[in-house]
Write a protein that binds this ligand. Structure first.
Ligand code: FAD
Ligand code: FES
Length: 475
């Protein structure tokens, strides 16, 4: 028998509940109560998965008595015991029924040092490759939340010590005398993948909005990051040489998590995402989370050329919705459930050619993404907030535009980092505290996400922008 609280929650969203099944316009949620994996539950979930064939019309929901028990159940080690199920806890469902949204604290959790296995390192951009998409398997990173990041070595983990004989005449090639970066490099996570869930599951899911804040998928076990190879960089050209099957030492999750459910508590309905070039990469994971909880997301993407987003056809099948014709960011946004009419693309080099996928031609623009965004700000449908990441000048303009439109803005900062854990102070940016005094914040531990109004965008000491990435234009 389901507790009355669940019935009340479903009522609010117009779903009807009978026995252990909730129904709404052809969609069904089937509830199972358990605190541990059992054969009966696994068999029932397999039946649902087989019959539904990833249409997400019917979903099994496993309800554990406590939140701690639910977290144990949704570990990816249990993925085959609860195939394609969502999880909830009675504790949280009761809290939601009483009007509380379960928002996780923004305190950092445990940081783990782990080995990630490279699955793909795919060049992007047709003939002019400057970006790569790195897919890696790392079940230890499962507590990662947007917009946290990882720090990674730029070379494969060494094979355990041992004396390897060098063949006669090959001594020269056996010793690598090129400069090696000692420090790990920071990167945001672009996508995470949950066992048994297809890449575009968020687009297919249509959860009852009130209940959704207390429903969770199994934890992810592999991830994608998108990185730009810096022309004068030491580390990124080495990362571009990583091969499938190699392992790399990583550290994470780093930085403060941001639970997007707090926006629900703030009454936000629509979220604007403004990404400049590779600055869009870490915002995609945030978009996925926003869409999961049913927020309307409008995405504004600024790029140099449309071609720079293109995958080589034969390699695209893993990521793109349309394997023969895949674009990074655009396919990711659509797979994360952003409707095509809410995807806007601007190219510095001229209006992009037709993209297809239902994106209206009126959403394509020649020029800077900030000009495109300025044009669209007044078309919000409800209480709106915005997130941005990209080059300095772009973010400063977005600060101006959102301030004029009265839209609260959060910025994702990138600074050069030494340790990623708050020790070396190489990543500081100038901020204004609540009492009006100026201070320095560490992007790695206080960020990387900041309220735009707390950032001092001009560093009075050096007359340089203090807060943002200083690397080459991030297209
Ligand atoms: C939290 C965070 C998330 C990031 N996410 C991504 C991502 O998703 N995709 C991506 O392509 N890049 C991302 N970056 C930037 C990335 O870390 C750098 O491009 C990379 O470390 C450069 O390594 P390198 O060894 O090739 O360059 P280096 O040889 O270390 O430096 C080359 C040049 O770039 C400058 N530089 C290097 N790193 C930075 C930086 N972080 N900020 C400002 N200037 C820098 C240096 O001053 C130098 O002039 C992120 C950075 C941070 C802090
Ligand atoms: S990177 Fe060392 S303190 Fe931030």
């Amino acid at each position: 028998m389901l507790p009355i609280q669940i019935k009340n929650l479903l009522d609010r969203d117009g779903w009807t509940l009978r026995d252990a099944t909730a129904r709404h316009r052809g969609r069904r949620l089937e509830f199972f109560f358990t605190s541990r994996p059992t054969r009966a539950v696994t068999a029932a979930l397999r039946r649902i998965q087989r019959a539904d064939r990833n249409r997400f019309q019917t979903i099994g929901v496993v309800i554990a008595p406590t939140t701690a028990a639910m977290q144990r159940l949704r570990s990816c080690a249990n993925a085959d015991k609860f195939p394609r199920a969502l999880f909830a806890s009675l504790e949280e469902l009761r809290a939601v029924a009483a009007g509380t949204i379960p928002v996780k604290s923004d305190k950092r959790g445990g940081i783990t040092s782990f080995k990630a296995e490279i699955l793909e390192n795919t060049p992007v951009g047709g003939a002019q490759i400057s970006h790569y998409r790195l897919a890696f398997k790392a079940p230890s990173l499962q507590n990662m939340q947007p917009p946290q990041f990882i720090m990674m070595d730029t070379k494969p983990a060494r094979v355990p010590f041992g004396v390897r004989p060098v063949p006669r005449g090959q001594l020269r090639g056996a010793i690598d005398l090129t400069p090696q970066p000692l420090l790990k490099r920071p990167f945001g996570i672009c996508r995470d993948f949950h066992p048994h869930f297809p890449i575009d599951y968020v687009k297919r899911l249509r959860l009852p909005p009130t209940l959704a804040v207390a429903l969770y998928p199994v934890l992810p076990d592999h991830f994608d990051m998108l990185y730009k190879v810096l022309p004068h960089g030491v580390g990124t050209p080495l990362i571009a040489k990583l091969k499938r099957g190699q392992t790399v030492n990583m550290l994470g999750p780093l930085g403060r998590p941001f639970d997007v459910r707090r926006l629900r508590a703030e009454g936000v309905e629509e979220v604007h995402i403004i990404g400049g070039g590779v600055g869009m990469a870490p915002l995609i994971l945030l978009v996925e989370s926003l869409r999961y909880y049913g927020f309307r997301v409008k995405a504004f993407l600024g790029i140099a050329t449309l071609q720079s987003l293109r995958y080589r056809d034969e390699l695209a099948a893993t990521f793109g919705e349309q394997p023969r014709d895949a674009y990074i960011y655009i396919d990711d946004l659509l797979a994360a459930g952003v409707p095509p009419e809410d995807v806007y693309v601007s190219c510095d080099s001229g209006k992009p050619a037709r993209i297809g996928r239902g994106i209206p031609p009126a959403n394509l623009f020649a020029g800077f993404v900030t000009d495109l965004y300025r044009r669209e700000t007044h078309r919000s449908t409800g209480k709106t907030c915005a997130f941005t990441c990209g080059p300095n000048r772009m973010m400063e303009l977005v600060v101006e535009i959102t301030a004029q439109a009265g839209i609260p803005l959060r910025v994702l900062l990138e600074k050069r980092m030494g340790c990623g854990m708050g020790v070396c102070f190489s990543c500081v940016c100038k901020v204004r505290l609540a009492d009006g005094a100026d201070d320095y914040a560490r992007v790695c531990t206080d960020g990387p996400l900041f309220d735009a109004k707390d950032i001092l965008w001009k560093n009075d000491d050096s007359k340089q922008p203090s807060a943002t990435c200083t690397c080459a234009p991030r297209s």
